[in-house]
Write a protein that binds this ligand. Structure first.
Ligand SMILES: NC(=O)c1ccc[n+]([C@@H]2O[C@H](COP(=O)([O-])OP(=O)(O)OC[C@H]3O[C@@H](n4cnc5c(N)ncnc54)[C@H](O)[C@@H]3O)[C@@H](O)[C@H]2O)c1
Length: 474
């Protein structure tokens, strides 16, 4: 856990998490040695950890070959010396078949459900757990019992007690567990964190952080999709925003002491359904031409969102359209069984008095997290692309643009997805947690804050204590 490490080790191991590993040296160098006309001049360069080619590829079995699982699997192409998929568990036939074909998986290690993986002896280094939220706990515990390391999708598990169980077993087994808080590996967030950790803006006094989900994304994931209801997914503050809580903990680098939250589901409700709207968009909706969320428009004619979650083997427009007749993604957004809030504001206090105000907003036309960090000697304003750093005493402004700082294609989650897997393979090959910015211990704090924030929201904003040391007895 971050708090078990002294600050120096923390910065060496985390602040520079893998940037040396992750970005070719010339790119990191470009940030330090850029001529004075370059907009990124003057910002501290995150220290990197040296990339060491493993003796053999780290092998994994993917549990849940859906969107995330197949993405992690696809990284074998980018890192054939480091990462190899040797087994799969996936109940949906065409997704299972896709894994088998892509990775040449033999029949005896191809399973239709996660339980079967553990009927046999350990046959890979890592279990990738990329099943839906309510199916993390079972496979994570079984995998740790069998001696696997984990690449564990966030959120860790459905309850705080389950998170503690997984954490306890991982510690007992000395397992390497990378939690997929991928943003910690994205060059933009690594740079923002480095600005703060370097002390150039002094001590952090407060942070304002906004996560604009974007209305179509909200309708897809948290109204129609697998995270729409807290019976099958975690509350949105964890299902979506555990990334943001984790970033705030990483930036402030002190323990959170209390949290309070407010929020509700305002718009995607039955009473807001247009008059005469059927439950499924394709059942003759009278407002199909004017509705912002008409499913065929979202997924086929205007392609406003990806179709990866829509289960159908026929991936053509025709196939998707056919699937929308019965798929949850074809439902009227005002008439599903959703209960996730579409606005959620929370405030946190950290040891020493720093505060953070966090807003998750569904009804935005834009995505991209906005962050304002107020320090004693300067401030930072960021929008997931640029950082605008202002230093009070010299009255100096430095603007840094992530697209100018990295030469490679950033890819999923601002480059975080690829870099997480690369760093996990380094950690597993070396039996050393330090390449991982997001090992399980570090991820527990954001989860505790999330569970307490939801408890506070349900108690109409009553402040809740966050005491990780007591919870984990460390
Ligand atoms: N790190 C991130 O930023 C990020 C982003 C999106 C999703 N996620 C998380 O990743 C996880 C997966 O999300 P997704 O978008 O890939 O969902 P998905 O529905 O595309 O994939 C989940 C897969 O698990 C499979 N599955 C269901 N039951 C199973 C069983 N018994 N055994 C094995 N496999 C089973 C499903 O058939 C499906 O293919 C979720 O927990 C989600 O919250 C994380």
């Amino acid at each position: 856990m971050s708090h078990d490490l002294d600050r120096r080790t923390f910065l060496a191991g985390l602040g520079g998490i893998g940037l040396g590993t992750l970005l070719p040296a010339r790119e990191v160098g470009a940030q330090t040695s850029a001529p004075s006309t370059q907009p990124n001049q003057g910002l501290p360069v995150p220290a990197g950890t040296e990339y060491r080619k493993p003796d053999r590829p780290v092998t994994c079995v993917i549990i849940g070959h859906g969107n995330r699982g197949s993405y992690y699997g696809s990284m074998t192409k980018q890192m054939p010396d480091d990462w190899k998929v040797v087994g799969v568990a996936e109940p949906i036939g065409y997704r299972n078949e896709a894994a088998v074909k892509r990775h040449g998986i033999p029949e005896d290690v191809r399973f239709d459900t996660w339980e079967r993986v553990f009927d046999r002896e350990k046959f890979a280094d890592v279990c990738v757990i990329s099943t839906p939220d309510d199916l993390h706990y079972g496979p994570a515990m079984a995998a740790l019992e069998r001696g696997y390391d984990l690449l564990l999708e966030k959120p860790i598990a459905m309850t705080w007690q389950q998170c503690k169980d997984i954490h306890g077993l991982a510690r007992k087994r000395s397992a390497i567990v990378g939690v997929c808080h991928v943003l910690r590996y994205a060059p933009y967030f690594v740079q923002l964190r480095e600005v703060i950790a370097s002390g150039m803006i002094g001590d952090v006094v407060s942070i304002q952080h906004l996560e604009p989900i974007e209305q179509i994304h909200m309708s897809h994931s948290f109204v129609r999709g697998i995270w729409r209801n807290t019976k099958i997914a975690l509350p949105i503050i964890l299902a979506k925003s555990c990334h943001d809580l984790d970033l705030l903990c990483w930036f402030i680098d002190k323990r959170c002491t209390r949290v309070s939250a407010l929020g509700s589901l305002t718009w995607f409700r039955k009473e807001n359904a247009p008059s005469g709207a059927p439950k499924m968009c394709l059942d003759g909706c009278p407002v199909e031409k004017t509705c912002a969320y008409y499913a065929p428009k979202v997924y086929v004619t205007e392609k406003l969102f990806g179709t990866g979650h829509i289960v159908t083997e026929d991936r053509s427009d025709k196939g998707i359209l056919e699937a929308l007749k019965t798929s949850p993604f074809g439902r009227c957004v005002y008439q599903t069984d959703n209960d996730q809030p579409d606005h959620f504001v929370s405030t946190m206090e950290f040891e020493g008095g720093a505060t953070a105000a966090f807003s998750m907003e569904a009804l935005t036309s834009y995505g991209g997290r906005r962050t304002r960090v107020m320090g004693t000697k300067g401030d930072v304003v960021g929008d997931e692309r640029t950082l605008d750093v202002f230093l009070f005493a010299p009255r100096k402004r430095i603007t840094w643009d992530v697209t100018k700082a990295t030469a490679d294609d950033l890819g999923g989650h601002g480059g975080g997805d690829t870099r997480l897997v690369r760093n996990l393979t380094q950690a597993v090959a070396r039996r050393d947690l330090s390449p991982l910015s997001t090992d399980l211990g570090r991820s527990m704090e954001s989860h505790l804050i999330g569970f307490q924030a939801e408890a506070s929201r349900l108690a109409k904003g009553q402040p809740m204590v966050v005491d990780l040391a007591r919870e984990l007895s460390v």
